[in-house]
Design a protein around this ligand. Sequence first.
Ligand code: ATP
Ligand code: MG
Length: 418
Amino acid sequence: MYQKVKGTIDYYGVEAKKLQIVSEKVKNTIENFGYEEVVLPIIENTEVFTRSSGETSDIVRKEMYTFNDRGKRSLTLRPEGTAGVVRFFLESKEYANLDLKKYYYFGPMFRYERPQKGRYRQFIQFGVEVFGKSSYLLDVDVIYSAYAIFKALGIENIRLKINTIGDFSSRKDYAIALKEYFKPKLDLLCPDCNERYVSNPLRILDCKVDSESVVLKQAPKIKDYLNEEAKTYFKNVLSALDLLNVPYEVDDTLVRGLDYYTDVVFEFEAMLGDNYLTICGGGKYSDLVKNMGGPDIPGIGYSFGIERLIELMNELNLFKDLEQKVDLVIISLDENTKKQSLKIANDLRKVGYKVELDYASIKMKQQFRLSEKLNAKFVLIYGEEEAKNKEVQIKNQKTGTQETIKIKDLEKYLGENL
Ligand code: ATP
Ligand code: MG
């Protein structure tokens, strides 16, 4: 027996419907904020990610699906959306004519991780990226758009955690302080953190293994290394969030998993089971566009994990009436009417009804069985006699009443009775 690849999901039936509902709501909401969709390739040249996410990030170090194609090019299945959007922004020279660009994407990402609840190897992300002049009001509007998406989906119990990690120069001082602090404590940290100590000590703070350790909790805080400008900027962000009535928690241990973030970083968490789980994470990246060879234009973005979002919505019972009901099943009793019933079915589908028929059988019993299986609201019976009179028998499956009506009056009848 063939099996799906470990850490992947097959969406079918109501599960596929949920995906469709979430995708539509999310897209409708974000378009009100002035964002435009970009649908980009899933494969990119590997450098797009190594250059942007940073050689020391977990993603680049151990999570990417990287392979050589037959032309010996190193390609990678995208593990995240930002790098590709920046690549597109630069390649298409979109930056040349407008001072603000707002993009969103919705699609699969790939990471080689240990699969578990809420963590897959192929998963779907929705995300936004905004490029243009830096402004705290823009940052807050971006954060607010994520908040608005939760609200549009009916999700109330979320928690916004926010922090500022300053610019690169503040971070450099901070990294030195962290190294000094961790140096005598290295044997209390996990092997990965020992590597991080060398490559990027900030990342130790984001460790999933050591997250509860006092060594981490007592580590120096980034806020003591920020310059005045970064502090004022952050204060402004918080006051605008207050104005918009967005509840938040300043979490001075929050750093993000990718190298490119600067200043404001944030995460939206929700209770899933007994734990808080991050559904959406993002932040500002002042230098990413420049580092990828473009002009000095700052960006800000976030991304949602759609599987986690759907799991949360399941738990909150936010999906209702997903079973798709068939309006009509057409039952025909000989070859001739069977053929004509295809025409009747498609005339009704054209005006918006969901119509099914048994393509093969002309046996009454079998066709009725189909209508029951599909839970059809009406059954149409079309035999030789009906065809001669240009009419059909229509039976309301709920009430059991049956009437004879002209085919030309069918649409009107369904309009009044469905
Ligand atoms: P985590 O700390 O949970 O590993 P992350 O920092 O790696 O998350 P991001 O790169 O910020 O995650 O991705 C944004 C969102 O995408 C996450 O908050 C999460 O909801 C979702 N996500 C990330 N990795 C996975 C995965 N392997 N499976 C499902 N969803 C994921
Ligand atoms: Mg991760």
